[in-house]
Structures are given as C-alpha cells and as structure tokens.
Ligand binder design. Structure first.
Ligand code: PLP
Length: 404
C-alpha cells in the first residue's frame, strides 16, 4: 500500500504545533547567555526547564562529550560499555544509594519508577496481581506519556488522549491528611514532586514531605520522589526531598543529569527495590549509552564539587528578595526556593498576562517562560552571576510595575 501526502496548504508548517515558542531563534549558547540568528544576546532565565543547570555548553561537559564522541557512542545494552558501570556507581555514590537504572527522558524515568513500584508491590508487598495503586498529586507534572497524562489534572495535558491507565489516586498537593486517607491496602507507592515545577514552582507547606514519609512508612509503601526538575542543584541542594530533611525510597532524575547535551534520566534506589527488574523485563535502546553516561559522569563530578550548589544557595535569597518586592506592584504572588521561582502576574483584564510579560522581557534581552496563563517561572542557570540576576530582576520589576 502506498500512502500519498495530502494536499499542501500555503501555511503548512513543517514543525508540529505542540509548542507556541516565543519569537526568538537561538543559534548559539554559552553559560547563561544565548545569541539569536541575528546576533542579539539574551540572558537565559529558563535554562531548558532546569536541563541547563550548568549553563549552555559548559566546557567540562562539552569536553566529556567530545572525548566520548571519538571513542564509542552506542552499544545498546546487548553488550557492555565502559561508561555504564562507572556512571551508575558514581551517581549512586553521590546520592548515597546502591543502584541506578539509566533511561533517557524524564517521562521514561517516571514510567520506569511506576513499573518498579508496581512490581515491588506485587513481589515484595504481596498485592494481588493487577490491583496495585499509586497515590499522586493534583497539579503534578511528570511528563507526557499516555499513562502519565492519564493521572494529570491539567485538562490541556489529558483531553483527547484517553483511554487512560487505571491504578492512580489523585489527592490535593500539600495536604498530608488527604494523602494518608487515600492510601489503601493495594497502594504500593506515593509519587510526587517535592516541589511542583511546571505548576509554577509550588513549594509544599513545611512538614509536608516528612508527613508523606511517615505515611509511607506506616503503610509499608514506597515514597517515589520525582526530582527530574527539582533535583541536581536547582534548589541549591542535590535533592529537594533531602533538603527538607526527608529521604525518599526512589529518586527520579532527568533534565540536568544530561548536562543539557543529551537526554539522560535515571531511577535511583537501593538494590532491594530495583532488583525486582530482571533481565528482559524492562529496557531502552539508548538507555545507558556510553555518550550519555560519559556526560552524566561529568555532571556528577560538577555536582560533587559543590560550587554550583553553593552559588544557588547564595543567589537564592537575592532572587527571593527581589521578587518579594514586586508583590503588589504587578505581581499577585511569588514563590520559590534556591534559584527557582514562580511569579503570578496580576492578570488585570487579560488571561495571557504571563505570555505578555515574557514577550516584554524578550524585547529587553531576557528569556523567560510563562506557565498556566498568568504565571512566570524563573529557573536561571546556576552559573548566572549576581549582577546578571539583578539586571533581570530590575527589568522584570519595571515591566510588572508598569502593568500595575
Ligand atoms: C520535565 C519533567 C518531567 C518529564 O521530563 P521529559 O524529559 O520532558 O520527559 C518529569 N517530571 C518532572 C517533575 C519534570 O519537570
């Protein structure tokens, strides 16, 4: 059978319209800065949603990638490669855990975490086949696969994509009592973000993560922390859960793990959890490939050095104080921790206030991105300087104040 292309329209765009990017076309990036195709410079305050925590083209990371490009890039897991075991060992040591399951995208880490939790529930907890349930939070963002969007509460993310995978119970985020009440005999895990990034950098009330930990302990189930965006430096700490004094059983990592160079994600846990996966039961063609692992090792080295985490902790208050002054002057509310903040623009008459502010910031040479209409998320690369951050805050403050 031959499939012929349909009639072409003059307006057809070769790029599918699943995004609505701001009008800038980037051609070059270095540190916290990018340059567009016309040579204009912009300070990047999004950092690839935290995938670029170390900035664009960090020399230690590109060097690791270049070295590996000339050696070997892919073997598939049918064969061993000399970067896989060191990467897993180094990442496990960094996080004080035993075992690493490497995947590629964040959504795959989440999917893998769900599979591990279910299998652990059947094999270790003794849940009857096909009955496992996982408690998740409203407002979450865990990726775009059909299973994940099935338990999303964002209509845009789910509508039109059903039927969905059963087995998830959604509770309000930040409400430990509701979470505790949703745990039943067939519950195998709680899966939450320690801070909800895509929702607008929603930080849960103090004590929430500790209460989730005790609820999981009492029920004998797994606490799965999706640190794909919150982890690896964004908050000034390796793990946002641990920064709150809480240990999860399973950590899901992605975004910054690949250094902004390659997609690299991981499930990190102790062997007692990850050993439920045996050969043939789970996999990925690109998972654990030597190029990604070589970059991941360089990322682990940067994180272990601690300088960039320290910088996020030092600059976090500068960001927080700068934004606090905007409340009532064009901002309805601000939230955040480390180099990570959400700003609710006082919407006035327009529902797309966030987008308008982003376009104004773009014209002044700053890349920022709105989320959910009237919210702006700031997640600058951790290599940003204090002067650069202050310049960005100054521009944002003026733009917001002019709207008030
Ligand atoms: C971005 C994100 C994901 C999905 O990562 P992809 O690489 O886009 O699949 C999952 N969880 C959280 C918390 C995220 O922020």
């Amino acid at each position: 059978m031959t499939i012929t292309a349909g009639p072409r329209t003059a307006t057809a765009d070769p790029v599918a319209h699943n995004y609505n990017p701001l009008p800038v076309v980037v051609a070059h990036g270095e540190g916290a800065w990018v340059r567009d195709v016309e040579g204009r410079r912009y300070l990047d305050l999004l950092a690839g949603y935290s995938a670029l925590n170390f900035g664009h083209c960090h020399p230690a990371l590109t060097a690791a990638a270049h070295r590996q490009l000339d050696r070997v890039t892919l073997t598939a897991r049918a064969f061993g490669n000399d970067q896989l075991e060191p990467f897993c060992a180094e990442l496990a040591a960094l996080l004080g855990r035993e075992t690493v399951l490497p995947m590629n995208t964040g959504a795959e880490a989440v999917e893998s975490g769900i599979k591990v939790a279910r299998k652990w529930g059947y094999e270790v907890k003794g849940v009857l086949p096909g009955q496992a349930r996982i408690v998740v939070a409203a407002g979450s963002f865990h990726g775009r696969t059909t299973t994940i969007v099935g338990f999303s509460t964002d209509p845009e993310a789910r509508e039109g994509f059903g039927p969905f995978t059963p087995g998830f119970d959604v509770v309000p985020y930040g409400d430990a009592e509701a979470l505790r009440a949703a745990i039943g005999p067939d519950t195998v895990a709680v899966l939450i973000e320690p801070i909800q990034g895509e929702a607008g950098v929603v930080v849960p009330p103090a004590g929430y993560l500790a209460a989730v930990r005790s609820a999981c302990d009492e029920a004998g189930i797994l606490f799965v922390s999706d640190e794909v965006q919150a982890g690896l430096g964004r908050t000034g700490h390796l793990l946002a859960t641990r920064a709150a004094g809480v240990e999860a059983d399973v950590y899901l990592l992605g975004k910054a793990l690949g250094g902004g160079i390659v997609p690299l994600s991981a499930v990190v846990a102790d062997a007692a959890v990850l050993e439920v996966l045996r050969p043939g039961q789970h996999g990925s063609t690109f998972g654990g490939n030597p190029l990604a692992c070589a970059v991941g090792r360089a990322v682990v080295t940067l994180l272990a050095d601690g300088t960039l985490l320290e910088r996020a902790r030092t600059l976090g208050p500068v960001l927080g104080e700068g934004l606090a002054g905007m409340v009532g002057h064009g901002a309805a509310a601000v939230r955040g921790t480390g180099l990570w903040a959400g700003i609710d623009v006082a919407p006035g008459s327009r529902p797309d206030a966030g987008r308008e502010v982003c376009e104004q910031m773009l014209r002044r040479g700053f890349l920022v991105k709105d989320t959910h209409g009237a919210t702006i998320r700031l997640s600058p690369p951790l290599v940003i300087t204090e002067d650069e951050l202050r310049a960005a805050l100054d521009a944002l403050g003026r733009i917001l104040a002019a709207r008030a």
